[in-house]
Design a protein around this ligand. Structure first.
Ligand SMILES: [Zn+2]
Ligand SMILES: [Zn+2]
Length: 103
C-alpha cells in the first residue's frame, strides 16, 4: 500500500460504508482513488459514478502525485492493447504495480 498525504485522505481512500456497499451512493464518500492510474478525484454525487480529478489534497493541501492515466494507456497501446475494456490487460497494469516499480 502506498502512503497518502494525511490521515483524512488515508481515511477517505480506505473508507467503506456498511450502508452503501457501492460508495457512489454514500454521501460520506468524498474521494475516489484509482491505484492503477495513481489518480485522486472528488466523487460527483449525481447518481452516477463520476469524479473530478484533483491536484491537491482538500485537507492538508499537499500536492498529489501526477495522474498516470495517459501513461497507462500509452504503455498498453505500445503492447498492442488499445481497448483495455475488452482486451486482456497484463497483471502489472491492474493494481498500480506499473508505477510502483519505479518509485
Ligand atoms: Zn492530505
Ligand atoms: Zn454510506
Amino acid at each position: 500500500m502506498i502512503k497518502h498525504c494525511c490521515a483524512r485522505m488515508q481515511a477517505q481512500v480506505d473508507f467503506s460504508c456498511p450502508d452503501h456497499p457501492e460508495l457512489d451512493a454514500c454521501p460520506e464518500a468524498l474521494i475516489r482513488y484509482s491505484d492503477k492510474f495513481r489518480e485522486y478525484g472528488l466523487r460527483i454525487h449525481d447518481g452516477g459514478s463520476g469524479s473530478v480529478a484533483i491536484a491537491h489534497c482538500p485537507w492538508c493541501g499537499a500536492t498529489l502525485p501526477v495522474s498516470l492515466r495517459s501513461r497507462w494507456f500509452d504503455e498498453l497501446a505500445a503492447l498492442g492493447i488499445d481497448d483495455p475494456l475488452t482486451q486482456v490487460v497484463p497483471e502489472r497494469f491492474r493494481h498500480g504495480a506499473l508505477w510502483r516499480d519505479d518509485v
